[in-house]
Design a protein around this ligand. Structure first.
Ligand SMILES: [Zn+2]
Length: 284
């Protein structure tokens, strides 16, 4: 049974993510732990956490994915921003552990004019700090594949490999994003391109390290290095790319999460389109 879901709002109270997921028939969900564009961190009340855990046990929606704030930049050469980012990740990860959230997805970072090797070293040092503070038992820390816009690190399998290599014994893995991969120059919407990418991924990182798939079409042409998500089948990737992922013997076991534009009934329509591409039964 392939699990298909979408990014939902966690505003007001965090337990509402389950109601919002159920509303669109999602069997897996993703959400932000705090406002993704604000540095303010608000500790959750115990009553709110209890309600979350109760619904988690009853709704049958799993696994759960938390997405980190967009403000964090673990690659930064600005010591203040770098420290603030580490503290932000520590706050979010601590809550993930407490709530038993399976996966925490983060964008590795942006080089912002630095040499890429330096940016990669900054990210590694930041992850070391995070892992020495939060002992991960329930949550896996996932680095996401990025499109490569504005100096983003994580646009190639090689870069992701360098980032996770020092942490082989930790709870660390990778989240794939179909839009980002295509924009970064991986032709994942042809059988040949898809197989080549999968082989590269398995050889360098290992398929077992891939835990979540962000399922987005793209508004920009192949290799654009831009990150502009589009509804399934309406963009440059097209149905074929999603069909390849959904019916792959390894990837079909992973949660597929939509991060497509939130307009009208499009969540329902995008989920319907993805389900329609699956050749095996879908989880209800
Ligand atoms: Zn992301």
């Amino acid at each position: 049974m392939v699990r298909i879901g979408t990014h939902v709002s966690s505003s007001k109270s965090i337990d509402l993510v389950f109601d919002r997921g159920k509303e669109v028939g999602a069997t897996t969900i993703q959400f932000f732990l705090s406002s993704p564009r604000s540095w303010k961190w608000k500790e959750r009340e115990d009553t709110e956490k209890e309600l979350y855990l109760k619904k988690r046990a009853n709704f049958g929606i799993l696994p759960i994915v938390a997405h980190s704030s967009y403000l964090f930049n673990l690659a930064s050469d600005d010591p203040q921003l770098w420290e603030k980012s580490i503290q932000g990740v520590i706050n979010e990860l601590t809550l993930c552990e407490e709530l038993g959230i399976e996966y925490y997805v983060i964008h590795p970072g942006k080089a912002k004019g630095q040499k890429e090797e330096k940016a990669i070293q900054n990210i590694i040092k930041a992850i070391e700090r995070v892992f020495s503070t939060v002992k991960l038992k329930n949550t896996v820390f996932l680095l996401e594949t990025l499109a490569g816009q504005k100096g983003e690190i994580g646009k190639t399998t090689e870069e992701l490999y360098q980032l996770i290599k020092p942490f082989q014994t930790e709870n660390i893995g990778v989240c794939l994003d179909t839009c980002h991969l295509f924009s970064a120059g991986y032709r994942i919407n042809t059988e040949e391109g898809f197989n080549n990418y999968k082989q590269e991924l398995d050889a360098l990182i290992g398929i077992e390290k891939v835990k979540v798939i962000h399922c987005n079409d793209t508004k920009t042409p192949f290799n654009s290095k831009k990150d502009r998500h589009e509804h399934i089948g309406e963009g440059y990737i097209g149905y074929k790319g999603f069909e390849l992922f959904l019916n792959d013997t390894d990837f079909c076991k992973l949660p597929f999460i939509l991060e497509t534009p939130k307009v009208g009934n499009w969540d329902l329509e995008n989920m319907r389109r993805l389900k329609g591409l699956i050749k095996a039964p879908v989880a209800q």
